[in-house]
Write a protein that binds this ligand. Structure first.
Ligand code: FUC
Length: 790
């Protein structure tokens, strides 16, 4: 199919469209913020995501059949249960003894028999279903285009058929709480469409019982408990059509429209997860939305989205005009020939678009696929993996100015405190709360899947997030009310889980975790045995170091819990050190310098202290260099999220060119035509990790000074591939928002916007220059490239 530019299209479309306020032609999409294609999606990885945090749709853009694949954030199989295992607490001393004595195999066998959750598998997140729009006879069309305008958060389809131009717009409105589809044509009475819904199982599509203009998908996840009682969530979707002209007929579960001038379709979706009656909730939503004219629905939606999206603008430099004119899939394919800064900027903004679309206040947090999954059993259950993936989803939340999108993560953590506290007590005899390598919508907190699920560091890592929210916003009320209880509980578990390494071990007398492993990686013992488990794996030590340090700071800032602070200080002083291998010069991944079974393993867990932690910085030069050697060994490849993490690492090492090389590798090898990250399969963490990494290349603020303020490091990892550019609106710790402009690889201007919680003075670093800059709340400080005030 041929693409026609807007200018070429104008003479061919009727005046009615030009004058119609809802016509897509009226708002020329900003091409630098638009994904666009010349053909419909032939598979899910080409379809375009829309979402309002709670409800999502993948838009395929088919001509004679549009598929809108629907999701609701809370549609999970399963129900709350207690997976605790008292055998764990009893066996723990023996598991530890065996491990310390080097009997890894025996120790793991016993751990596998006693420490796993019961049940040890969780249930999946599931798709809601599909809404199909069939357009009889629309097989052969011309001038086809489908797109997703990230700035408007509107997906569109346009084409010509029999001399009529047809337009379709789709958006997921947060203010109206529903999906809105608008069908228009430039000739009256041209729209014939049939609507129907399906779901693979556990649901029926029916005529709506009280609304003649609607159909209803009604279902219940079929999940019975041990007593045979049905516990599955009930769910519903209501699809209502509003006609302009034409006729509507209804045939049980389908709606047929003929000869309409325009059609607005409202789609609501709900589950009983939060105790709502799903059908009632959908009916109320659709009834309220139906009272509003389409143009108002759209205007409110765009204003709501832009309130978040427009906080950050980015320009990474001009791209080759021949490339920028190409549809997104073709442009992506060209990255093989040369890097494309415009596409890199688009990927950055796409990550922000996705976070706004799948994680809003009062919605579920972004799962492994954000909000979008088409299966009944998606890969890895589309769950919340806690040994990197969920945390990575939220790396861009603060730095790219979407702090509100971070909130669902804290809600999830609040929900884990009780079940995680139960597991801490029953399985470990410990205080506080624990989570292992994954959780679900029901607060599953035990060790899941297999022995590699025995990784009780999930809560400890998660606890970094509310602290970071405080660090960026300076919101002390949040720190006291929400962050501190979460952090303290996570630290209490860790303090009780740590044990002293016995005499004869390399770190005798120091505190270590046991059992322990470096997520999903394995090593080879001198006797040739391959193992996953040891004690005191480096990542544990780094996570604990970060958590205890943050707890000490938080308790000082809040002037609270002095005894607990002393406990944290003592443990921190006794924590086993992170070691550098005398042989390889690399940070050791395990407590001993074991041989790596997979030197290029996707997890680079032993660099947690470099990123997202802040233990390793240029101020710790030995570790800094040893971290670089780890990355050299791991290589420049990896799964989607693995590459994204490495970009963040190289940024923290201030190697912009290397960071950029990996960003380019990600685009070359791990990005699907719709710009979703491909682990493979699709996993959204790589999108969020990449967005965070671009921010990290431009501004870093993780170094806290003795005075308790964060250094603002400008352009710490600017690659030579972005010689000239600008960014507005990045956030830094210490409640500061930053705009930067650079030319020929040099900073030209920086504007620091101090928030109401900003400190009176901050150290600002650029290249070799460091200057203290005076800030005053609510005011700007404008600096020249030499950091002198302008
Ligand atoms: C971790 C990773 C896998 C995958 C899964 C969802 O277990 O090691 O690569 O990303 O999470």
């Amino acid at each position: 199919m041929q693409h026609m530019t807007l200018a070429a299209l104008l003479p061919t479309i009727g005046l009615a469209v030009l004058l119609s306020p809802s016509a897509r032609a009226e708002e020329a999409p900003n091409s630098e913020l638009t994904l666009w294609y010349q053909q419909p999606a032939s598979d899910w990885g080409q379809a375009l995501p829309t979402g309002n945090g709670q409800l999502g749709a993948m838009v395929f853009g088919g001509v004679d059949r549009e598929r809108l694949q629907l999701n609701v954030d809370s549609l999970w199989d399963g129900y709350p249960l207690d997976p605790s295992n008292p055998a764990s607490k009893e066996a723990l001393p023996e598991i530890r003894r065996l491990m310390f004595e080097g009997k890894n195999k025996e120790s793991v066998n016993l751990a596998g028999q006693t420490m796993m959750g019961r049940p040890q598998r969780i249930k999946p997140y599931q798709a809601l279903g599909d809404l199909f729009l069939e357009f009889p006879g629309h097989g052969a069309v011309s001038d086809y285009r489908r797109d997703l305008d990230l700035d408007a958060a509107v997906a569109g389809v346009t084409y010509r058929h029999n001399d009529v131009t047809f337009n379709r717009e789709v958006f997921a409105s947060a203010p109206a709480d529903c999906l809105v589809v608008r069908l228009t044509a430039d000739r009256p009475a041209s729209i014939d469409v049939k609507l129907s819904m399906t779901r693979e199982k556990d649901a029926q599509c029916l005529a709506h019982p009280s609304d003649p203009n609607a159909i209803l998908l009604r279902g219940q996840v079929d999940r019975k408990d041990d007593q045979g009682v049905q516990r599955g969530l009930r769910f519903a979707s209501v699809v209502r059509v509003l006609l302009e002209g034409g006729r509507l007929t209804r045939d049980s579960g389908a709606l047929s429209i003929e000869d309409a001038d325009a059609v607005t379709i409202l789609v609501a979706g709900a589950t009983s997860y939060r105790g709502d009656e799903p059908e009632q909730a959908c009916n109320a939503t659709v009834a309220a939305a139906a009272k509003q004219p389409y143009d108002k629905l759209k205007a409110d939606h765009m204003a709501d989205h832009r309130r978040y999206f427009r906080r950050v603008a980015i320009d990474l430099g001009p791209a080759d005009a021949a490339v920028t004119a190409l549809p997104t899939d073709q442009r992506l394919a060209k990255v093989k020939d040369a890097p494309d800064p415009g596409l890199e900027a688009l990927l950055f903004q796409f990550g922000r678009y996705l976070l706004i679309s799948c994680s809003r206040p009062d919605t579920m947090p972004a799962n492994l696929q954000g909000l979008w999954a088409w299966q009944m059993n998606p890969p890895w259950n589309s769950d919340y993996h806690l040994n990197i993936n969920l945390q990575m989803n939220y790396w861009p939340a603060e730095s790219t100015n979407l702090a509100e999108c971070h909130l669902p993560l804290f809600d999830l953590m609040d929900g884990l405190v009780k079940p995680g506290g139960h597991i801490a007590e029953i399985n470990y005899g410990a205080r506080g709360w624990v989570a292992h390598h994954l959780t679900d919508a029901w607060g599953y907190a035990a060790a899941a899947d297999g022995p590699w699920g025995i990784w009780p560091m999930g809560a400890a890592w998660l606890a970094q997030h509310p602290w970071e929210h405080y660090a960026f916003t300076g919101d002390k009320h949040f720190l006291r009310q929400r962050a501190w209880p979460l952090m303290k509980g996570a630290a209490q578990f860790v303090l009780d889980f740590l044990v002293e390494a016995p005499p004869g071990t390399p770190v005798a007398g120091k505190l270590v975790t046991n059992p322990s492993h470096s997520p999903e990686n394995s090593f080879i013992l001198p006797n040739g045995e391959r193992h996953v488990f040891t004690y005191g794996a480096t990542m544990d030590l780094m996570i604990i170091h970060e958590l205890l340090t943050n707890c000490i700071l938080a308790s000082e800032i809040l002037d609270t819990d002095a005894d607990f602070r002393a406990e944290c200080e003592q443990a921190l002083a006794k924590l086993a050190p992170v070691c550098i291998s005398p042989e390889s010069g690399r940070i050791m991944e395990w407590i001993e310098d074991y041989k790596e079974a997979e030197p290029t393993h996707r997890h680079t867990s032993h660099l947690f202290g470099l990123h997202p932690g802040s233990m390793i910085t240029a101020a710790t030069p030995d570790y800094f260099e040893a971290a670089r050697k780890v990355l050299e060994r791991r290589g420049d490849g990896g799964t989607g999220w693995s590459l994204a993490w490495k970009i963040n690492f190289w940024s923290r090492l201030h190697d912009g060119d290397r960071a950029h090389r990996l960003l380019n590798n990600l685009l070359k090898h791990k990005i699907l035509p719709n710009l979703f990250d491909n682990h493979p399969p699709f996993q959204i963490d790589g999108n969020f990790g990449a967005t965070a990494a671009v921010a990290e290349m431009l501004v870093q603020s993780h170094i806290r000074t003795e005075a308790g303020v964060y250094k603002l490091h400008l352009l710490p990892a600017l690659p030579s591939a972005w010689p000239t550019g600008s960014v507005q609106g990045l956030r830094a710790r210490g409640d500061c928002t930053i705009d930067l402009q650079w030319r020929d690889g040099q900073l030209v201007e920086a504007v620091l916007h101090a928030g109401s919680n900003a400190p009176a003075s901050v150290p600002v670093v650029y290249g070799d220059t460091e200057t203290a800059i005076t800030l005053s709340p609510g005011k700007q400080a404008r600096l020249a490239g030499d950091l002198k005030a302008k």
